[in-house]
Write a new protein. Structure first.
Lengths: 372, 423
């Protein structure tokens, strides 16, 4: 006679207050033992109505709103918004301003990837040591931002056609120092983490997404490149002066958590290369167009524009509609964090509870951007 | 009435101070007496009571020091200072935390099974304190030297698993239930390699008494029993649920696991038991593998013991703060496919060596340790081969990759389109 143990699934609410939901994300998860059989993501706890607020502000004031969307990638948000505004208003940017914002956004990409990698290891259960190591490097980049614009997180550095002020003299040696220190640190990270058997065995083959799945869900960024799709807007559709710099696009074929982690680590090295090239190519000049060309109260002609950049998390696009007044008629954000979450259920179903937050963290979402 | 415990200097000093004129005490040169003749039973009971208080409070005091030390070390590992505000070098921080914990509101959830909920913390701390009673802290400094010491330790420590299950069940919290399930799977699995890893030590020492094992260590058993130490260290980490085996609390997964609904001093007791368990585990490692209190004069044996314990604790902290957590299935695979085999190999090799040299002297022990270290490296290498996941196969070159339906080079020059929305 065989005895059958009767089991039943258990539904658990995880979040919004949970140590590793990267903010205020909530998931209603159904488990069979430790295995996940259903996930229902619930978000909106950090909704501040940024898109609506943008309709009440002038074009330059909206910059401060973009800072607060993805607060670990403020410079990149600024850049995407400015590209959209420039396209909408037909502003010809000042070259030095463009180089400066490329440098700023690549620095921000390194900082954002450092956070992503650090928190991924934290989700794996390390006691904060790798996280603090990556945060230490990020601090140096934030110090650079402080020299550039006086702010560390909510930079609001960019203006239509460039940046609001030139980098101080001390910025360049300081930046070179940071860039000299970073590659050995990233090598350390590789030695300590990439070659670590626990991390490797925890992340390999977990939450695999195929390129087809991701393309269907319009997932972009490191997640997509981790599955071997060579899609990087800096290369495919160069904005700013990215066509004048050369860089590699690190690709992995596995599409699992380890590949996503690995791609981010490699991308940091490429960002350093880009900044070095920008530093060579930058020339003295004005950092933003004359006031006569681009007034403070910008009144773009009636119409709409969409501009997208390769954010550290994926394609970040701003869609702006102008009715000819001083504020946008409609502002819509294509937020990579939100769209990359689309496949959360496919990623998690069939995995174990322990891997749930690791997979979740490997998407590298930011709740400020998901909920906006 | 003469006490059987007079070999124990800790006991003797107190007992003979209290009891008058007993022959044993007089023979050892004690002439102070407080209690009149005929009250030896009272002296016996009082002595036991005092010793229990000393050992228990020393254990709890050690926890306070350990928490401070761990925070400082964690700070150093993470490039920061750690607590340094309250007291010199922040030494009073744990005291402040203890007071804070004491003054917090004690909440019992409505869903909880009150009786079990309150019982669980006691069951958690009780066995750990019991283990302290058999550990020899120095020459003649122990509470009792049981002749089945190791058996007692293994039996008593397995009780902590029950308390975790009780706590998680009594909380009536679904997240805590996960911790309970994990603790059943993990703690029970690791009992087996933990117990088996000590068999080599037992064979070498020929006794289960912890005192006799220390006496038998003419060279520390870490040299003769590297595999035993390796397995015991990992199993002890799992039993005390330290990272990388901290599945039961798993902050990033289960918030705090079975501790989710505990607050105030009940939480404090769990916390205390957990840290005390780590200290006790290090003490056991010192006693069984590192020569216990043995050392060189003129440093007292108690200092040797404490120093070695601190070294082992530092090693455990180092592991704890560097590594991420293993997954449930990996932890169980490590126990059953890795550590279990290692203990069997260890028992087999040690048994053969003991059969060759039934009463080993120093030279024989050194030969045995050489053989054991070779076995150690070979078997660990084999087990890691078995358990490690294979590397990725080399990624195909870019042109050979399958073509995905990507709109690659056909993007229009001007992405933005105009016209449309007007107010």
């Amino acid at each position: 006679m065989t005895t059958q143990v009767r089991t039943e699934p258990i539904t658990v609410n995880l979040g919004p207050q949970h140590p590793s939901t990267h903010g205020v994300f909530r998931m209603r998860v159904t488990f069979d033992g430790e295995e996940i059989i259903d996930v229902e993501p619930i978000f909106g706890y950090l909704h501040r109505g940024s898109e609506k607020l943008a309709e009440e502000r002038t074009y330059v004031q909206v910059v401060t709103l973009t800072d607060r969307m993805d607060y670990v990638g403020s410079m990149l948000n600024n850049q995407a918004y400015m590209l959209a505004v420039e396209k909408l208003a037909g502003v010809e940017p000042a070259p030095r301003g463009v180089w400066l914002r490329m440098i700023a956004s690549e620095l921000q990409r390194i900082a954002s990837h450092l956070v992503a990698v650090g928190f991924l290891i934290q989700d794996l259960g390390a006691w904060g040591t790798p996280l603090i190591y990556t945060m230490r490097e990020r601090e140096k980049i934030l110090d650079l931002f402080e020299m550039l614009c006086g702010a560390r997180i909510t930079n609001s550095y960019l203006r239509p056609g460039g940046v609001f002020m030139d980098a101080p003299e001390e910025f360049w040696p300081a930046m070179n120092e940071v860039l000299d220190e970073l590659p050995p640190r990233i090598d350390d990270l590789d030695d300590l983490l990439t070659d670590n058997d626990i991390i490797f065995s925890r992340t390999k083959g977990v939450s695999v997404l195929t390129p087809e799945q991701m393309l269907d869900a319009s997932i972009t960024g490191p997640m997509l490149r981790a599955a071997g799709v060579d899609w990087d807007l800096r290369h495919r559709d160069p904005y700013d002066y990215y066509d004048q710099v050369t860089f590699e696009r690190p690709l992995h074929t596995a599409g699992d958590n380890f590949a996503r982690y690995w791609v981010r680590v490699q991308e940091m090295r490429e960002s350093i290369k880009i900044i070095r090239q920008c530093e060579k190519l930058i020339e003295p000049g004005s950092v933003r167009p004359e006031h006569d060309d681009v007034p403070w109260l910008l009144r773009p002609p009636v119409g709409d524009a969409y501009a997208a950049i390769e954010h550290s998390k994926g394609e970040l696009g701003f869609y702006l509609v102008s009715d000819g007044s001083i504020s946008p008629y409609r502002c819509h954000v294509r937020a990579p964090s939100l769209i990359n979450l689309t496949l959360l259920r496919d990623m998690l179903v069939g995995e174990l509870l322990a891997d749930m937050f690791v997979s979740f963290g490997s998407v590298d979402i930011n709740m400020g951007e998901v909920d906006r | 009435m003469n006490s059987p415990f007079l070999d124990n200097s800790l006991f003797r000093n107190i007992y003979c101070y209290l009891a008058s004129g007993s022959d044993d005490c007089a023979a050892r040169g004690y002439d102070v007496a407080i209690l009149p003749s005929g009250f030896e039973w009272l002296a016996f009971a009082l002595t036991a009571f005092i010793i229990i208080n000393i050992v228990t409070n020393a254990g709890l005091g050690a926890v306070i020091v350990y928490i401070w030390g761990e925070r400082r070390i964690l700070g150093r590992i993470q490039n920061r200072t750690g607590p340094n505000r309250w007291g010199p070098f922040g030494t009073l921080t744990s005291v402040a935390d203890a007071i804070k914990t004491l003054f917090k509101e004690d909440i019992v959830p409505d869903e909880a099974d009150r009786w079990l909920f309150n019982l669980a913390p006691i069951l958690m701390v009780f066995p750990v304190l019991m283990v302290l009673s058999v550990i020899p802290f120095g020459v003649g400094t122990f509470v009792v030297d049981l002749n089945v010491g190791i058996l007692f330790v293994i039996a008593i420590t397995s009780m902590s698993g029950i308390s975790v299950v009780l706590a998680s069940w009594a909380s009536g919290n679904r997240i805590a239930i996960f911790a309970g399930m994990r603790s059943v799977a993990m703690l029970i699995s690791y009992e087996i390699p933990m117990a088996l890893s000590l068999i080599g030590v037992l064979m070498l020492a020929g006794s289960m008494s912890l005192g006799a094992i220390v006496d038998a260590q003419d060279i520390p058993f870490i040299l003769v029993q590297p595999l035993g130490l390796f397995v015991f260290l990992l199993a002890a980490q799992a039993e005390t649920s330290r990272t990388p085996f901290d599945l039961i609390e798993a902050e990033s997964e289960l918030a705090a696991g079975y501790l989710n609904d505990y607050s105030s001093m009940k939480f404090g007791i769990f916390f205390l038991a957990e840290f005390l368990a780590t200290i006790v585990a290090s003490m056991l490692i010192v006693t069984l593998f590192l020569g216990g209190w043995r050392g060189w004069e003129p440093i007292p044996s108690q200092i040797w013991f404490a120093g070695k314990t601190v070294l082992v604790l530092l090693f455990i902290m180092w592991m704890r703060f560097s590594w991420p957590r293993l997954r449930v299935d990996q932890i169980l695979a490590l126990a059953w496919k890795g550590l279990f085999e290692l203990t069997l190999i260890n028992i087999f090799v040690t048994a053969i060596l003991i059969a060759i040299w039934p009463d080993p002297g120093i030279t024989e022990l050194l030969i045995m340790s050489a053989i054991n270290w070779v076995v150690f490296f070979i078997s660990i290498w084999a087990v890691s081969k078995l358990l490690r996941p294979g590397d990725y196969t080399a990624p195909a070159p870019q042109e050979d990759r399958p073509s995905y339906p990507v709109a690659t080079d056909e993007l229009p020059d001007e992405v933005a389109y105009t016209g449309g929305a007007t107010r």
